[in-house]
Structure formats: structure tokens, C-alpha cells
Design a protein around this ligand. Structure first.
Ligand SMILES: *[C@@H]1O[C@H](CO)[C@@H](O)[C@H](O)[C@H]1NC(C)=O
Ligand SMILES: *[C@@H]1O[C@H](CO)[C@@H](O)[C@H](O)[C@H]1NC(C)=O
Ligand SMILES: *[C@@H]1O[C@H](CO)[C@@H](O)[C@H](O)[C@H]1NC(C)=O
Ligand SMILES: *[C@@H]1O[C@H](CO)[C@@H](O)[C@H](O)[C@H]1NC(C)=O
Ligand SMILES: *[C@@H]1O[C@H](CO)[C@@H](O)[C@H](O)[C@H]1NC(C)=O
Ligand SMILES: *[C@@H]1O[C@H](CO)[C@@H](O)[C@H](O)[C@H]1NC(C)=O
Ligand SMILES: *[C@@H]1O[C@H](CO)[C@@H](O)[C@H](O)[C@H]1NC(C)=O
Length: 482
């Protein structure tokens, strides 16, 4: 490629070109012929090669290169070499006419094109020879195919920003050893929906390595909620509150609004916890559980006291639920919208709960953490980060509601079933939906075939009577002999 020096069309020699039409026509024909011949040769060699590459090998079979080496690839390489030679001859011809001021711009264009093709073919042959020299390395993929594969397969090449490309690349372990996870490399991944949000992701990855990140957790959360989950890690320092004061000691932190200085408020509508807790604040930036920052009045009684008619409520008491399995419930997950009060209460019963949440318009994660509880920053898109049959209890409230797709609900429930241990409890707390949808939703929960310890359906009284509450405590059965 570099050996070819063709005048660019902008060259002064070109500006005053005298167009000799007959000559131009001849040239056009010649280059057309060259192009066709080249294309045919490429096609032939491509077809010959494709004999050796099944779809399977294309999709990453490691013995790819070795099968390539063992076949009739010498023949293929011979063809490629012939094509290279022919293109070189034509380019040589071109070079001799280079100085002729009457040649047109299209000649230069075609010359450049041919030089490109030549470069590709040469690098193909070069790396073939290289591969031959070190037969042991059968991870190598022929560059011709690499080019093709990359263009539609490799996520790294889809993105322009260097940080994403670096992130997505497979990272072999140093020292050539397996790591403790039994892998020879690290396969850092991003969700495929990241590809549909290319602009946002590139904006997210637009930072200076080692510097302070942009104040963009909201963009990050947007990406996650829309399926770009897991997000890539970044090599910049996340922004912190300007004056972080030490959190309250654990014997005080549970039921006290945290220090406002320990949260970055810039992306929230409310600018302090008082605003979030105040029942008269009209728009706090979020709607579900609008009172759940009011610890003293709204949160205190939850799950420990029942107000009103116990036959008309979908709330259960923690003591009743734990009473089903005295002493057996020790660890659990709360998949809810809230400030961690369930975990705070369960802590008093010596049960450790992690609270899965994201920051829907308010600092839920910060609040939970400042109370001294574990916030698990998790969207609904993800498989739960727990191993099968490990968790004693899953509690959920104000999260799965009548908005959720039936099939999605199925996937979520099966995933919860996966992580619950046999004998573990699933506490569906005040699930609500339209009356007409209730039957279908109940079917989804029935599908689990869990033992029903509690199961209530009551009307939801606030919204013109069109909705119902459903609550249940269900026990995952052992599944022996399977
Ligand atoms: C690749 O293919 C060969 C034979 O076709 C097979 O034995 C081998 O297991 C495959 N390797 C992978 C990683 O699929
Ligand atoms: C990892 O490397 C070792 C030795 O280098 C090799 O034997 C093993 O097959 C490799 N495993 C994988 C999954 O590639
Ligand atoms: C919390 O504990 C600390 C020491 O452990 C004690 O000094 C403080 O008085 C306690 N606070 C309350 C509200 O009990
Ligand atoms: C709640 O907000 C209202 C109006 O914004 C204010 O008058 C009131 O004092 C606030 N209440 C508390 C407890 O901060
Ligand atoms: C919590 O709600 C109660 C009554 O709804 C209200 O009197 C109290 O001021 C609220 N707490 C805060 C911190 O705003
Ligand atoms: C609740 O229902 C039970 C039986 O269904 C009944 O015995 C009890 O009196 C009811 N309680 C109230 C407060 O209505
Ligand atoms: C929790 O554990 C502590 C210490 O082991 C114990 O004193 C307390 O009674 C337990 N609380 C409950 C509700 O079991």
C-alpha cells in the first residue's frame, strides 16, 4: 500500500487537466476489467476457503486454525498469491501513467482501491506464513476471516471509544495460568442492549483515565434500566459528596434521617432528607412509596403493627411470618421500592436482609446504606447474583405490580425459585393489579406449586375500587428424586 504513490486529485497537476475523452474511455474499460478479474479471483479463493470452514468453526472453535492448516489451504494461498501478483502488475502499469497529466481522477481512485485490496491480501498471506511458523498456536484466526468476523461479530469493533474497546476485549491472565475461577482469561461483558444505546454508552465511557468521572450516575442508571446491564467498569474516580461526615453509629442510624451532606443531591428534585420525608411536599421526584422517607410515622409501624381491620389488610406481621419457621430464617432478599425498613426490622429478629433497589428519583441506595443496611443496586433485568438454593427468604413489595408482563413475571419467579432454598419462604407483600388481571397473576404464583402458608386477596380501597391487593407467604417445596 505504502509503495504506491499516486498523485491525489487535488494535486496542482490535476487542476488543469485536459480531458482526452478517448483515452479516458480506454482507461475506464481497462480498470473495469481489472476490477472484475480481481473480484472473481477473490470470490474463487473465498469459495475454496469456505470448504474448510464450517459454521461451527466460524463461531469460535479453537481448532479452527489447525483445521485450516491441515486442509488444502496451500492451494488457496497459491491463488491468493497469483491475485496479488496480478494486482501488483496492474499497479505498476498505473504508476507509469501517473505522470501523464491527462489521466482522470477515477484512475487514481481505482488505483487506491487496488492498493487497498493488495494490502489486505498481502497481510493475509503474511499472517498465514506466520501461523505456519508457529503451528502450536492454534488460537490464531486467519486475518481475512478476522476482518469479516469483526465487522459483524466482535463487540469491541462496534464501538469507537477506546475505553469500551479496551473493556470488551478478552483479557488473558498474566503468567499464562488459570485464575481461581478456572478461566484462562477474563471475559468482561456488557449487555447486548448497549449496542442499541451506542451514543449513551460512548458518552458514559467518555472520561480521562485516572481523573474524576462526570456526575453521570443518572445516565448510568438509564443505561442499566434500558438493558445495558452490566455496565462496563470505568477507570475514573466517582464523584463523592463534598463534605462527607461520618455516618451515625448503628444504634442510632436505623431510625434517624441521615446527614444531608452525605448525599450528592444534584440529580434529585429534593435537596435534603427533610424534603423527602415531608408529607406535604407535593413533588419529590418519585411516586412509589412517597412517604417511605418519613421514618417516624410511616415506616415505624410497618410489619410490626396492624392498623384497622385485620380482615381487610394485605399486611402480615414479621412475627407471624417468622413464626412459620422459627429460627430457620436467617438470610434474605428484599426486592422492593423502599428505604430499607424491612431489613431494619428483620435485623431486630436477627435476620440479615439485603435490599435490592435502584434510585428511582430519590437517593434510595444512599439512604439504605446510611441507615446501616446493605443496598444491592440491581435492576429487574438481571439474574439474581446468588447461587441456587441458598436464600431463606425473599420479600417483595410495591415493586411487582399490575404493570408487569406475564412472561417477565414468570422469568422472575423462576429465578427467585432458583435462589430460594428448599423450605425457604417467598413473601409476596401487597401485590396489586386491576381486578380483571387478578386471575392471571394469581395463576403465575400458583404455577410455583409452593405450600401456601398465607394467601389473601382484598380490595384496594384508594383508587375507585378497580384494583385488588394480593399477599401471600409461600414455601418452596423440596424437590427430591429429580
Ligand atoms: C472444535 O471442533 C472439533 C472437531 O470438529 C471438536 O473436537 C472440538 O471439541 C471443537 N472445539 C470446540 C471448542 O468447540
Ligand atoms: C487454559 O490453559 C491451559 C494451559 O495453558 C490449557 O491446558 C487449558 O485447556 C486452557 N483452558 C481453556 C478453557 O482454554
Ligand atoms: C450508641 O452507642 C454508643 C456507644 O456504643 C453510646 O455512646 C450512645 O449513647 C448510643 N446511643 C444511643 C442512642 O443509644
Ligand atoms: C413541610 O413542608 C411545608 C411546606 O413546604 C412546611 O411548611 C413544613 O414546615 C414542612 N414540614 C416539616 C416537618 O419540615
Ligand atoms: C411524617 O409524617 C407525619 C404525619 O404524616 C408528619 O407529622 C411528620 O412531620 C413527618 N415527618 C417529617 C420528618 O416530615
Ligand atoms: C375476621 O374474619 C374472621 C373469620 O373469617 C372472623 O371470625 C373475625 O371476626 C373477623 N374479624 C373482624 C375484625 O372482622
Ligand atoms: C438476637 O440475637 C441476640 C444475640 O444473640 C439475642 O440476645 C436476641 O434475643 C435475638 N433476638 C431475637 C428476636 O431472636
Amino acid at each position: 500500500m505504502k509503495s504506491l504513490r499516486i498523485l491525489s486529485p487535488e494535486d496542482p497537476a490535476m487542476t488543469k487537466q485536459i480531458v482526452n475523452t478517448t483515452k479516458l474511455k480506454t482507461w475506464r474499460r481497462v480498470y473495469f476489467l481489472i476490477f472484475v478479474a480481481g473480484a472473481v479471483a477473490l470470490l474463487l479463493s473465498g469459495a475454496a476457503m469456505s470448504k474448510f470452514f464450517t459454521l461451527k468453526s466460524f463461531l469460535g472453535n479453537e481448532s479452527f486454525y489447525s483445521s485450516f492448516n491441515s486442509g488444502n489451504q496451500n492451494e488457496v494461498i497459491k491463488t491468493v498469491r497469483t491475485v496479488i501478483q496480478k494486482i501488483q502488475e496492474e499497479l505498476e502499469n498505473l504508476r507509469t501513467t501517473e505522470l501523464d497529466p491527462t489521466t482522470s481522477a477515477s484512475v487514481f481512485k481505482q488505483g487506491a482501491f487496488l492498493a487497498d485490496v493488495l494490502g489486505l491480501l498481502e497481510s493475509a498471506v503474511a499472517s498465514h506464513d506466520e501461523g505456519k511458523n508457529r503451528q502450536t498456536s492454534n488460537f490464531d484466526v486467519h486475518p481475512l476471516f478476522k476482518e469479516k468476523k469483526r465487522s459483524d461479530d466482535e463487540p469491541a469493533d462496534y464501538f469507537l471509544r477506546e475505553e469500551i474497546r479496551k473493556y470488551v476485549k478478552i483479557k488473558p491472565n498474566r503468567l499464562g495460568k488459570q485464575n481461581f475461577m478456572g478461566a484462562n482469561a477474563t471475559f468482561t461483558s456488557i449487555g447486548h442492549a448497549c449496542f442499541a444505546m451506542k451514543e449513551e454508552l460512548e458518552e458514559y465511557m467518555d472520561y480521562d483515565v485516572g481523573e474524576i468521572c462526570n456526575d453521570d450516575w443518572k445516565l448510568a442508571q438509564r443505561l442499566m434500566v434500558h438493558g445495558c446491564d452490566p455496565l462496563p467498569r470505568r477507570r475514573c474516580f466517582s464523584r463523592a459528596p463534598k463534605l462527607y461526615s461520618q455516618p451515625f453509629p448503628i444504634n442510632e442510624s436505623m431510625w434517624k434521617l441521615p446527614d444531608d451532606r452525605n448525599v450528592r443531591w444534584s440529580q434529585y428534585r429534593c435537596k435534603n432528607f427533610k424534603c423527602l420525608a415531608n408529607t406535604t411536599t407535593t413533588s419529590k421526584g418519585f411516586f412509589k412509596c412517597s412517604d417511605c422517607f418519613n421514618l417516624t410515622h410511616h415506616e415505624m409501624p410497618r410489619w410490626v403493627r396492624l392498623d384497622g381491620d385485620s380482615n381487610q389488610t394485605s399486611d402480615f406481621l414479621i412475627t407471624d411470618v417468622l413464626g412459620i419457621k422459627p429460627g430457620e430464617i436467617r438470610i434474605g432478599l428484599d426486592f422492593s421500592v423502599g428505604t430499607g425498613t424491612f431489613a431494619a426490622r428483620m435485623r431486630e429478629f436477627n435476620v440479615t436482609i439485603v435490599s435490592a433497589t435502584i434510585n428511582f428519583g430519590a437517593p434510595f441506595s444512599e439512604m439504605i446504606a446510611l441507615r446501616g443496611l446493605v443496598p444491592l443496586y440491581l435492576t429487574i433485568n438481571q439474574r439474581l447474583p446468588f447461587f441456587d438454593n441458598t436464600i431463606d427468604l425473599i420479600h417483595t413489595t410495591r415493586f411487582l405490580d399490575g404493570w408487569i408482563d406475564f412472561v417477565l413475571l414468570d422469568f422472575i419467579l423462576y429465578d427467585w425459585d432458583r435462589v430460594l432454598r428448599p423450605g425457604g419462604l417467598l413473601w409476596i407483600d401487597s401485590f396489586f393489579c386491576l381486578k380483571e388481571d387478578l386471575y392471571d397473576y394469581l395463576q403465575a404464583f400458583e404455577m410455583l406449586r409452593y405450600k401456601k402458608h398465607k394467601w389473601v386477596v382484598v380490595p384496594k380501597l384508594d383508587k375507585d375500587d378497580r384494583e385488588m391487593f394480593f399477599s401471600a407467604v409461600l414455601e418452596k417445596p423440596p424437590r427430591p428424586f429429580r
